[in-house]
Ligand binder design. Sequence first.
Ligand code: XLS
Ligand code: CA
Ligand code: CA
Length: 438
Amino acid sequence: MGYFDHVGTVKFEGKSSTNPLAFKFYNPDEIILGKTMREHLRFGVAYWHSFTGNGSDPFGAGTALRGWNELSGMELAKARVEACFELLNILDVDYFCFHDRDIAPEGDTLQETNRNLDEIVALIKQHMHSSGKKLLWNTANMFTNPRFVHGAATTSNADVFAYAAAQVKKALDHGKELGAENYVFWGGREGYESLLNTDLGLELDNLARFLQLAVDYAKEIGFDAQFLIEPKPKEPSKHQYDFDAATTLQFLQKYDLAKHFKLNLEANHATLAGHTFEHELRVARINGALGSIDANQGDLLLGWDTDEFPTDLYASTLAMYEILQNEGGIGRGGVNFDAKVRRTSFEPIDVVYAHINGMDAFARGLQVAAKLIEDRAFDNVIEERYASFTKGIGADIVSGKANFHTLEAYALQNNPITNKSGRVELLRSILNQYIINV
Ligand code: XLS
Ligand code: CA
Ligand code: CA
């Protein structure tokens, strides 16, 4: 052990602490709206960013200084498992998430790849057993290997579809083995480059077929994880099929899959889609589909999927505001830090600082959001704004009593119409006050 500079367990010291290795807001035992912060937030560490990634970008090699850099193959894979459980312990985080290819190297054949995976999964299981840490979700990486150049479930090559099915079947077996609470489908290359060579209808039908087969197999083996789809509009494909929450929900409804899936929503993907994170969460919430979140943030000046650790208190407050109002909160999902330290932050301790800051941002967001809800800071305004639908013609519209004849008759005699201000600036100043004063 000692991959993270022998840091001890990070403790809560309160907002006036100047200790960089202490939480300022995240107090796991603090009760908020009847649940502890630990229960509300269910933090997760993303294996791919904190243990597999090395700080490379399209213009330069990896910079990350890590204790496992000299290792390769299965030795490297095993060292990363040690490092993962060390970091979970340092941060007092209960959950982690991984792609199959994050944890074990691919072999020359699928058989060899599966053997590598089985060995590392067994090691992870031992560590989970002795530490009490849990798997928030696992997933299959069907985007890195060149075989997925045309997609996985939406490929033009049936052999690749079959390979992808074999890969997900194994991932579901491993999810069951490790007691994963969720299983994520992110369609890394499920999209298209040009309609000139694409059968859009067949690709979408095949995607639905693939997801149904996964549902069927999970049922067959008794794997009861919550299934999640993670929307993203672009990167790597130009057009990705799971563009955003609304597009994904429409797809699930069309193929009668909505009852089997919720959404794993990522902040940076929301901004890539031209939405705020809270928009995506609200769309999912009102459709009963808010399952879990990938907590990160993009850089609006760069505009691509930078996966930075979340630090923006407005965003974390408004995200928690949606989650607290979701039935059952985050439920079986969690707040997974799908985030990586910057290439210039290459020391192991930076990974610790990054998580502390992200956890504090969400803990603070939780505190502020809870107070906004307790005080009904926005509810009264919203109620008043829509009050016209609770009486007279508005009540007739909502109850279904009105028709175009009655509405026309009403409109003809209702002159002039008066509107009221939406008070956006006032509401934003109230939000500021809460963020500063709570
Ligand atoms: C990539 C995605 C990916 C998913 C899991 O942009 O965020 O990491 O979370 O496959
Ligand atoms: Ca993600
Ligand atoms: Ca991302």
